[in-house]
Design a protein around this ligand. Structure first.
Ligand code: ZN
Length: 76
């Protein structure tokens, strides 16, 4: 079964969209939501609602979030 290129969910037969780029690389999407998010330049593993996020988080041990430059609070 095909897997969505954006969210990582399985695509049921008869559903979804396959997009083939000019260079020949093909992407399959389970929904227009995933297709549009890719078009907006988003990464699936950075979005919390995707399966790819959960898998990525598991693989990295819960450090899937971007390293943020937290400013230290000054004690008053
Ligand atoms: Zn998807």
């Amino acid at each position: 079964m095909a897997v969505c290129s954006f969210c990582g969910n399985e695509i049921k037969p008869g559903t979804g969209v396959r997009f083939v780029r000019k260079d020949g690389k093909s992407f399959s999407y389970c929904s227009s939501k995933c297709q549009k998010n890719t078009k907006l330049g988003r990464e699936g593993r950075r979005k919390k609602w995707t399966k790819a996020y959960v898998d990525f988080k598991k693989a990295t041990g819960g450090t899937a979030k971007k390293k943020s430059s937290k400013k230290k609070k000054k004690k008053r």
